[in-house]
Each structure stands twice: as C-alpha cells, then as structure tokens.
Design a protein. Structure first.
Length: 278
C-alpha cells in the first residue's frame, strides 16, 4: 500500500491494540501450527551456538525458545505487551521487550541473524522493516522470514477467504486499510522485498503439512479468536452478513471432512537472504 503516514500509523496502532487481546487465543490455536516453522526458520538463518539472533514479533516465544536451546544469544521483540508477558513467563532466561519492528531499538551491526515468524502480514511498511533488519545485521548476516502461502494452497486461511469472496463481504468503514494480507505470498514479491534492502543469495523454501481439527467450530473459532485483521473483518459485519459468512464457511469446510474430522492443508514459505556490504 502506498498510503500516507496517517494511514500507516493507524494500521500500526490497530495491529498493536489487536494483538494485546489475542495472545492467549493465538497461542492455543496457532501455536501448534506456527511452532512447526520455528526450526526450519532458524536453519534458514544459520542460527547456532553463540549466534546473536533477533526474533521479530516473537509472539508467545516459539522461535525464541528453540533458538535458546541451540545455544544462540537471543533477543526478542513484539509490539504487544501481552505477547511479551506470555513469552517471558514461559522463558524467564530469555530477553524479551516491547518494540516495533519498523523502529528497531538496536545499533547497527548488533546481530548475526534476524528472524521473523509470520510478521509480514501484520506490518504496514514491510520495506521499512526489512531495511531496518539490514541495518542491525552484520555484513554477511542472514535475514529469514516465514510467510503464509496464498489461500489457494494454504487452506487454513483459504476456506474463510473463499467464504468472504462468495458473500462479497467488504471491510466496514472505520477499519484501517493495510497492505493486502497475502501480498508477500508470491515468490517474486518476497524476492523483490529482500533485494530492495540489499540482500543477496535470496532463497525460498516451501513447507507443507496437514492440520486436523475436530470440526468446523474449532477452525472458525480459532481463526476469529487468534487473528486481528481477519477477525475484525468478520466480527464488524452486520449480523445478517455474519450468518451468511458462517453458512458459506461451513459448507466449504464440509468438503474437508475425513473420518469425522477436518483435514486442512497448510502451506508456508520461508525466504532467507544474506546482507551485502553496507
């Protein structure tokens, strides 16, 4: 989005406020899913013993905990104090602080690696984030980011986005407009994002698996309870539209029932690149 600073600031405040309310439900629903990406993400960033690694948008600390077990020197930030509190309770020996990934409070060259697990859909200015990651990295340091695949492949979100499209549900007035949620699902968009910030040797890998849910209620409740933008889009609709969305969702989900449970394909990308000379 090429919006004004007022729009970007409004979106940043919307996200920050939203995640303050979502720490526990995000952890319950998305934790078993996003935690599966932690090890491949750290591998992509070559994180090992003694490596100084910055974990962006740490959330409940999934990546942080695994990096610490590898013997890395881990620093973790999140824009939501509720997330930092949850992660700190779980990992009292790891350093967490409230900070904005678009304004990193660290000196140039402070880290050997920077990782971000699903941060891209939740920032207003991804170029600014990646450029600041380059600033705090040493020369030859690595940035690795994970991103949801397009909803056509990643049905975890795809069933709900299909229901929204089918019902022609639009974002109600008053919700800040952010960049398209799946803007960086495409390989060329990810490559360009890192290239613009001066990263080279950029590589992308795909991770795919199937996640089982007991029923439609579990999937619907997790998506609404554990997201900010998607939740706001649905819950801000008039009651009639919410009913239509849920009916469409249930009908689409029915095609995924296998042996009395839902089997939902999940598809994720990890992009990693090396910082060039300053």
């Amino acid at each position: 989005m090429s919006g004004s600073m007022v729009e970007l600031d409004a979106f940043r405040m919307f996200e920050a406020s939203g995640w303050e309310q979502k720490a526990d439900p995000y952890d319950r629903f998305f934790g078993p899913i996003t935690d599966q990406v932690a090890e491949p993400l750290l591998d992509a960033a070559s994180v090992g013993p003694g490596i100084r690694v910055l974990d962006l948008a740490t959330g409940p600390g999934y990546v942080a905990g695994r990096a610490a077990k590898r013997g890395a020197n881990v620093f973790d930030i999140d824009i939501a104090a509720a997330m930092v509190a949850l992660a700190s309770d779980r990992l009292p020996t790891v350093t967490f602080q409230v900070a904005d990934a678009e304004e990193l409070p660290f000196e140039r060259g402070a880290f050997d690696a920077v990782v971000g697990n699903f941060i891209l859909p939740d920032v207003g200015d991804a170029d600014r984030v990646v450029a600041d990651c380059a600033r705090v990295l040493v020369v030859d340091g690595t940035l690795a980011l994970s991103m949801w695949e397009s909803p056509e492949r990643n049905r975890l979100f795809g069933v709900l986005t299909d229901a929204v499209a089918e019902c022609s549900a639009e974002a109600p007035a008053g919700l800040p407009t952010g960049p398209p949620f799946f803007r960086y699902s495409a390989d060329d968009a990810l490559l360009s994002l890192l290239n613009r910030a001066g990263f080279e040797d950029v590589e992308i890998e795909r991770i795919e698996f199937t996640r089982r849910f007991a029923n439609s209620d579990e999937l619907w409740g997790g998506l609404i309870g554990g997201t900010v933008r998607i939740s706001a889009l649905v819950t801000s609709q008039p009651a009639a539209m919410r009913r239509r969305l849920r009916e469409a969702f249930d009908r689409l989900v029915a095609a995924r029932v296998v042996e009395d449970c839902l089997e939902i394909p999940v598809s994720i990308k990890i992009v990693a690149g090396r910082k060039r000379l300053d």
